[in-house]
Design a protein around this ligand. Sequence first.
Ligand SMILES: *Cc1c(COP(=O)(O)O)cnc(C)c1O
Length: 368
Amino acid sequence: MIRIAQPFIGDEEREAVLAVLDSRRLAAGPKTRELEEIFARDVSGTREAVAVANGTAALHIALLAHDIGPGDEAITTPFTFQATANMILATGARPVFVDVREDGNIDPDLIEAAITPRTKAILPVHLYGRLCDVDAINSIAQKHGRALIEDAAQAHGATLGGRAAGSFGTGCFSLYATKNIMTGEGGVLTTNDSALAGRMRRIRSHGESERYSSSELGFNYRLTDIAAAIGVVQLGRLAGFTEARRRNAEYLSAHLRGVITPPPAVERDAHVWHQYAVRVTGRDALIDWLQQRGIESAVHYPRALPDHPLYRDLGYDGADYPVACQLAREVLSLPVHPGVSGSDLDQIVEAVNAWAESRRGEPLAAHE
Ligand SMILES: *Cc1c(COP(=O)(O)O)cnc(C)c1O
């Protein structure tokens, strides 16, 4: 079976974990600080990086550190993993969804109309590892004096004009097992604002300004040194992983027929291909067809956030976000990770093209 995701674990990861176990320093310690230093230098290019328990915690901390709470609004995308908007709810604020473009990222042209006096932040996602139109969004945030928080959970190392995901605003990364680099569970916050970084470190650990003295509400959102040790090794592999993902994506786009392939990135470096999502009609039949031929695929995501029961109960409705709903019906992620070999790629291409051939004449997708 060609898996849709497959964490790479080599001897160096194994040895790094054993070394931490032998050191008896298991909670946040020297490995966590090492991870933060390397991440800030090599991934986000920011002054600061703050390692946390997971990407969801990173989002929660970022929102709290920007003083977002009850009565506030944060503008975000309806087409993402639910953690993005759920953490806005967790602060007591209200997510305001703005529809996406055909590439899956939030449409900057719709953002200004959604800004109200209550808007505190704009929280775009770099979906599938593709940088959103972050220059345009950043100008809107600056013009209106709103915070920019980037959900970069899928975008480690994506850059535009030499600037990396997580360096335009406050960056929130995930190191979950299936992300481009991973620690099992883990996350990282990035910023150039040292005071903000200090506050995020405090919120990570009970809001403590000194030991056993909380100056504000915080949590235990720390990473372990066991996980950080894996992350330090993975950071050394990131450039190679990303190059493999780009090669795989380019091969698929050059050879797939009968499906709508993802639009190319504005610059090659602006996409790190966390997912390679094609668009099709009759998606369920293709999923089964691929499964029967030993190829795993996945849908990211089968419904827009406003159509989750949680959001329906709060009065949201997916029908207000037609592009997100269209994508939710049509997207299908194919294996693109560094563990996908050349012969795997050929197998994927052959299977998809044979399926397309078998239904020739039917529309590829509703929007072409
Ligand atoms: C993975 C992911 C998260 C959450 O990260 P976790 O580490 O799983 O908590 C948030 N947003 C997006 C877009 C993600 O892909």
